[in-house]
Design a protein around this ligand. Structure first.
Ligand code: SF4
Length: 531
């Protein structure tokens, strides 16, 4: 195909710049996702959230969700010429008169998620994820004026926000929403907007066939269904190209039922070791030095029911570790109840397998404590996180899990949720006591503001902060400021980030930390005066 023949890619998959950027490690990506407009845009675009590398207009690395949609479409017979993952900056080059669908993924399209609402309350300014999404949608609306033949569909983990605020979706120019896992739905959608191909199918000659078919349909766009529900997919395809931060899916869903969580009702399924290793190899083959094995509870990998399967967890870690050229292996979440039940010796073996061959002293794992009050957590649908232990043991279990992870060599990253519905002073005192007990340990603690995923509940806001909330916040960040610089340095070193870049990031991080200290002090004073 010559440049003059090019009339756009029929199905384009993209994401806001926070999701579709070039991050060396998961920690870098999480830091970028926590920034507000208080961080200068030039610093964000150049250093914190640098642009994704491209081949032409195609992203060389992309969020896992988009890579899975791409793989599902290709498996369904759509050709490489019909599907592309494109970063926001390259959209103008990829869209043309034959473009029929632009599918966007966003983690926090309206900034209503717990992370963004906390950050914008404390650090001032608007979160970058919704800001950059709005920027991208404005660009798409502009392109649509000259090329009205494509639909814009929004999906991703934050799509519930637009589902509850349809006016905001219309303002952005979104034609349709896709909720939940979407590998099967994207194929149905693509088939709805792309007319059936002439005989010969979507194979080697697909480009010519698609061209003819699309030419005949430009005036006649089929309507999309009003709301596309994703749900659970039976087949999860293998990725064809590298993901951002080397993210590889290990298990899907959780199903433990916490009312503040979008996947509370999706039972956990585990992917086969062979598929996981294949996805890791695709990333390493594409130049990644680190991967991140994601799951809502890595320690539950391979478990058939409530019993854990440590041997299967270690089998997976060993298989991934054998990948040539792989340095850092990061995990994201583990459940407290699983840590408590996982044998200590096997936990140490797991840690040593993950860091084998690299200098990596701060391998972190996210632990969802949410509140040290088991009663409050259970009242909010979090009983599944606590079981099979009694609710009243929750605070002790949380401390035990932290200690056990530290003893095995991990650095726990604890999350707390402030303002859960029904939260009382006693609950807060219990959480404060938990945080105080962690002061001398090597961990981080991130308190987040409660953000409901259904419109009937009230979001926790800055004005709701009491002196007790502030005390939890202040203590948690005193711990974070102590450990975060070393964690960052260590993670980036483990992933092979060049020394100079690490030094620059440490400098920028130090400045940001001073700014946060000052803002927290100022806001806490303000809140004390108004209490
Ligand atoms: S345990 Fe975690 S992932 Fe599972 S439902 Fe609760 S909050 Fe969601």
């Amino acid at each position: 195909m010559t440049q003059t023949d090019f009339a756009g890619i029929p199905i384009i998959l993209t994401a806001d710049r926070i999701l579709l950027a070039d991050y060396p490690t998961l920690l870098d990506g999480m830091t970028a996702a926590s920034q507000t407009s208080g961080t200068p845009a030039w610093l964000m675009r150049r250093f914190v959230s640098p642009p994704a590398p491209v081949d032409g207009f195609r992203a060389r690395k992309a969020p896992l969700g988009l890579r899975l949609l791409e793989a599902a479409l290709r498996e369904a017979g759509f050709s490489a010429a019909e599907v592309a993952v494109v970063p926001p900056e390259e959209l103008r080059k990829a869209i043309g008169e034959r473009t029929r669908l632009v599918a966007i993924s966003s983690g926090d399209p309206l900034g209503l998620g717990m992370n963004d609402s906390t950050m914008s309350a404390i650090a001032d300014g608007l979160p970058y994820a919704p800001l950059w999404l709005a920027e991208m949608c404005a660009q798409l609306r502009e392109i649509k004026k000259g090329l009205p033949n494509f639909k814009i569909i929004l999906g991703g983990p934050g799509v519930w926000q637009v589902e509850q605020n349809p006016a905001a979706g219309r303002q952005l120019g979104i034609d349709d929403l896709c909720c939940g896992y979407a590998e099967e739905k994207i194929v149905a959608l693509a088939r709805a907007v792309l007319p059936p191909l002439p005989r010969g199918g979507r194979g080697g000659e697909a480009l010519t066939n698609a061209k003819a078919a699309l030419d005949s349909s430009e005036e006649n766009l089929p309507p999309l269904p009003p709301l596309v529900k994703g749900g659970r997919n039976n087949i999860i395809p293998s990725i064809l190209a590298p993901t951002n931060m080397g993210v590889v899916e290990v298990s899907r869903g959780c199903g433990l039922g916490c009312s503040f969580c979008t996947i509370r009702a999706q039972p956990m399924i585990h992917l086969p070791v062979e598929k996981i290793v294949r996805d890791v190899e695709v990333n390493v083959g594409g130049g990644a030095t680190s991967v991140c094995l994601i799951s809502e509870d890595f320690l539950r990998y391979g478990a058939e029911n409530v019993e854990l399967a440590p041997a299967r967890v270690l089998e997976l870690a060993r298989a991934v570790r054998r990948t040539k050229g792989l340095r850092l292996i990061q995990l994201d979440h583990v459940n407290i109840s699983s840590v408590v039940r996982f044998p200590a010796a096997e936990l140490k073996v797991l840690h040593d397998l993950l860091v084998a061959g690299v200098t990596h002293d701060y391998l972190w794992m996210n632990l969802g404590v949410e509140s040290a009050s088991g009663a409050l957590l259970a009242k909010n649908g979090g009983l599944g996180k606590i079981l099979p232990h009694p609710v009243e043991n929750w605070e002790r279990l949380c401390s035990e899990a932290v200690d056990k992870l530290i003893a095995a060599g991990f650095t726990p990253m604890v999350s707390l949720v402030l303002g859960l519905p029904g939260e009382k002073e006693d609950d807060l005192r219990q959480t404060l006591r938990f945080v105080q007990a962690q002061r001398a340990k090597r961990l981080t603690i991130f308190p987040l503001f409660y953000a409901p995923i259904n419109s009937s509940a009230k979001a926790f806001q800055f004005d709701d902060m009491t002196p007790l909330h502030w005390e939890i916040f202040r203590l948690a960040y005193a711990i974070n400021f102590k450990w975060m610089p070393a964690m960052f340095w260590d993670n980036q070193r483990g992933a092979g980030v060049p020394w100079l870049k690490r030094v620059l990031i440490q400098g920028a991080g130090w400045l940001r930390m001073q700014d946060w200290r000052w803002r927290m002090w100022k806001r806490a004073r303000l809140s004390e005066k108004t209490c």
